[in-house]
Design a protein around this ligand. Structure first.
Ligand code: ASP
Length: 316
C-alpha cells in the first residue's frame, strides 16, 4: 500500500479554485485520499508531517471544515495554529487581510482561509509564498468541499461518467455547488439544477459548465427529478447572504426531502449535503440507505490529509 510514491508536483501549490486542478490532479488527490482512510480513522498512525504547522484563519463560522483540517494535520503528526475569533485579534483594529497573511505566513507552513469576500483566498495567495487553501470565499467557491464531494460520489458510485446529479436549493449563494458543478462536468456527470428562479445557478457557472461540454438542465420542481437521479445534492438556503431578509423568507423551506418524497427514488440513489442542514432533509431520512451526508462529512478528513500531504510534500 505504501509503495506508491507521493507526487511532488503539488508541493507549494495554492488551492484557491477547483479550476487550479486538472482532472488527473483531482484523481491523484482522490487516490491518495483513499490511502489516507485508515490514518484518518486512527487505525494506522503516521508522523508524515511531523513538525509542520498549519494556520487556520476562519473569518466566517465553520464546524466541519475547520475541525477536519485540524484533525487532518493532527493525524499526520503536524500541528495547527488557530486565529480564533477575529473580533479578538488585530483584524478588529483594522488590520488588512494582506498584513494578516504576511504575518501568519511567517508563523506556519500553510494557510487555510475562510473569508466572507469572494476572491479573498486569491488575494491572500498573492501575499504568501506558502500554500494558501481556500476554505470558502463568500458565495464564491469551496474547492476542498468539492474534492470530498467527488470522493464521496466516487466511493459510492464507482464511476462518475454518465451519472445523473441533481443540485437542489440555494444554487446562487451556495458556494459548494459552484465548484462542484464545474468539477462534475469534467468527470462527465449529467447535471440538473433545481432551485427557485431567484436562487438558480449563477450564469457564470452555467457558462463555464457549458464551456467544459456540459448540458445542464434547469428546473424548479424537486419531485420531477427524484425518480431519475443517482445523486441528490441538497443545499441550505444561505440566509446570511441575502441582502434583504424578506427575500429569504419568500424562499425559506422551498424544498424538503422526507421519506415519503423518496418513494419513487432509485434504490441506490444517494443523498448528499455539505451540512449544516436546516429543514431541507427530515431526520427520518438519516436512517435510510440513501443518506450519505455524514459519511461525506467524515471524508473531509482523508481528503484534507491527502491535500496537506501533497502541498507540504509529506512522505508516507
Ligand atoms: N458548510 C458549507 C459552506 O461553508 C455549506 C453551508 O454553509 O451551507 O459553504
Amino acid at each position: 500500500m505504501d509503495s506508491h510514491p507521493i507526487s511532488m508536483d503539488f508541493k507549494g501549490m495554492d488551492i484557491v479554485s477547483i479550476r487550479d486542478l486538472s482532472k488527473e490532479q483531482i484523481d491523484e488527490i482522490l487516490d491518495l485520499s483513499e490511502r489516507m482512510i485508515p490514518y484518518a480513522k486512527g487505525e494506522r498512525l503516521t508522523k508524515a508531517l511531523d513538525g509542520r504547522i498549519l494556520s487556520n484563519l476562519f473569518f466566517e463560522p465553520s464546524t466541519r471544515t475547520r475541525m477536519s483540517f485540524e484533525s487532518a494535520i493532527n493525524r499526520l503528526g503536524g500541528r495547527s495554529l488557530d486565529l480564533g475569533n477575529p473580533s479578538m485579534t488585530s483584524v478588529s483594529k483594522g488590520e488588512t487581510l494582506a498584513d494578516t497573511i504576511r504575518m501568519v505566513e511567517s508563523y506556519s507552513d500553510a494557510i487555510v482561509l475562510r473569508h466572507p469576500h469572494e476572491g479573498a483566498a486569491r488575494l491572500a495567495s498573492r501575499f504568501s509564498e506558502k500554500p494558501v487553501i481556500n476554505a470558502g470565499d463568500g458565495a464564491g467557491s469551496h474547492p476542498t468541499q468539492t474534492l470530498l464531494d467527488i470522493f464521496t460520489i466516487r466511493r459510492n458510485k464507482g464511476n462518475i461518467d454518465g451519472i445523473k446529479v441533481a443540485m437542489v436549493g440555494d444554487l446562487k449563494y451556495g458556494r459548494t455547488v459552484h465548484s462542484l458543478a464545474e468539477a462534475l462536468t469534467i468527470f462527465g456527470a449529467e447535471m440538473t439544477f433545481v432551485a427557485p428562479p431567484s436562487l438558480q445557478m449563477p450564469k457564470e457557472t452555467i457558462k463555464q459548465v457549458e464551456k467544459l461540454g456540459g448540458k445542464p438542465k434547469v428546473k424548479t420542481k424537486l419531485e420531477e427529478v427524484i425518480p431519475d437521479v443517482d445523486v441528490l445534492y441538497i443545499t441550505r438556503i444561505q440566509k446570511e447572504r441575502f441582502p434583504d431578509i424578506a427575500e429569504y423568507q419568500k424562499v425559506a423551506g422551498t424544498y424538503r426531502v422526507d421519506v415519503s418524497s423518496l418513494r419513487e427514488a432509485k434504490t441506490d440513489m444517494i443523498i448528499m449535503h455539505p451540512l449544516p442542514r436546516l429543514e431541507e432533509i427530515s431526520p427520518e431520512v438519516d436512517s435510510t440507505p440513501h443518506a450519505k451526508y455524514f459519511e461525506q462529512a467524515f471524508n473531509g478528513v482523508p481528503v484534507r490529509m491527502a491535500l496537506l500531504m501533497l502541498v507540504l510534500g509529506g512522505e508516507l
